[in-house]
Design a protein around this ligand. Structure first.
Ligand code: F6P
Length: 359
């Protein structure tokens, strides 16, 4: 049995742990694993495919990133071709990919990705490829799984960063606005904001009123707390506005969000007169060594994906459904991004602690 594995979209801590678990679980069964370089690029004439023997995955569980490389621009259905003059056009290369997959003698594809990559995996499955998906993203916005790997690490990194901002913000009696990743889902902002005792948390799921944000800061001032920490998810938007797009990207890929943190900081400074600084934590949230939780989840996902291949259960994603791992049909996952439910216990906890959600 020859199986292929690919990592697509933005990287997330734990990718290497999944790769290791797949390779070793497959090896235990006497199977061979091949890693497709840079998303699907390796099967489309870009960099090739690497044979992944147990030797190649030794000592990588704790490493961030992916030994296979990844890309946000690797959709075989909308392959971007760059002409000599720099202009770009799109080509559907999915048939080439399917042909290359079969020509390589692969019998299964394990595709590790977020919503975009899982959609591609589903479309490839519909073209006849035997696919098993594994949910990956720091944003935690994939349906059918309680958690994606990478999320816990991103939350830990953000929590530690906000902890560090506390002392300097308090010493200078400032307001500090921290913009966090997560796209249109507020999981990272909500979890790290609560854990690090933020005073205000703004989520994409709850349009905010800047007057309410300032009221919280002024109330703290009056209570003798002369500093405040405001956590903002990058997809957050004011009641009367839209999420801020920092960069428009090619069709078929997602736009880059950003800038809401500095907008909120400006609004606070203007309305309260408090010295207000803002900071974007950015890709620090995607880097570093995965937490124990993410390592274990990633290793379990990898082993479960190989079991699914052994059972010939294709067209599914492995979901974390404690205490077990489930096989969720890919069609039930894609196009249904998981957002923070407004009545969730975590949101209720934030409100009970007196944290303002800007509404
Ligand atoms: O989806 C993961 C993520 O890190 C988002 O939180 C963020 O908006 C996006 O990727 C950034 O992507 P890029 O690295 O392409 O700028």
């Amino acid at each position: 049995m020859r199986i292929a594995i690919s990592t697509g979209g933005g990287d997330a801590p734990g990718l290497n742990a999944v790769i290791r678990a797949v390779v070793l679980s497959a090896h235990t069964r006497g199977w061979q694993t091949y890693g497709i370089r840079r998303g699907y690029g390796g099967l489309l004439g870009d960099d090739g495919v690497m044979s992944l023997t147990p030797d190649k995955v030794r000592g990588i569980t704790h490493l961030g990133g992916t030994i296979l490389g990844t890309t946000n621009r690797g959709n075989p259905f909308r392959w971007v071709v760059r002409a000599a003059d720099g202009t770009e056009s799109e080509l559907d290369r999915s048939d080439d990919l399917v042909a290359a997959f079969h020509a390589s003698g692969f019998e299964a594809l394990i595709s590790i990705g977020g919503d975009g990559s899982l959609k591609i995996a589903y479309d490839l499955h519909r073209k006849g490829l035997p696919v098993v998906g594994i949910p990956k993203t720091i944003d935690n916005d994939v349906s059918g799984t309680l958690a994606t790997f990478g999320f816990d690490t991103a939350v830990s990194t953000a929590t530690e960063a906000i902890d560090k901002l506390h002392s300097t913000t308090e010493s200078h009696e400032r307001v500090m606005v921290v913009e966090l990743m997560g796209r249109d889902a507020g999981w990272i902002a909500l979890h790290s904001g609560i854990a690090a005792s933020a005073d205000v948390i703004l989520l994409p799921e709850i349009p905010f009123d800047i007057a309410k944000v300032c009221a919280k800061i002024v109330a703290r001032e009056q209570a003798g707390r002369h500093f405040s920490i405001v956590v903002v998810g990058e997809g957050a938007r004011p009641l009367d506005g839209q999420a801020l797009v920092l960069e428009r990207r090619a069709a078929g890929t997602v736009d880059r969000l950003g800038g809401i943190g500095s907008l909120v900081a400006r609004g606070i400074a203007e309305r309260t007169g408090k010295e207000t600084r803002s900071l974007v934590l950015g890709h620090l949230q995607r880097g570093g060594s995965p937490t124990t939780f993410d390592r274990l989840l990633a290793l379990r996902f990898g082993a479960a994906a190989v079991r699914a291949v052994a059972d010939r259960a294709f067209g599914v994603m492995i979901g974390f459904n404690p205490p077990t791992l489930a096989r969720v049909p890919l069609q039930d996952v894609i196009g249904r991004p998981k957002r923070v439910p407004l009545d969730s216990d975590t949101v209720l906890t934030a409100r009970a602690l007196g944290i303002s959600l800007g509404d």
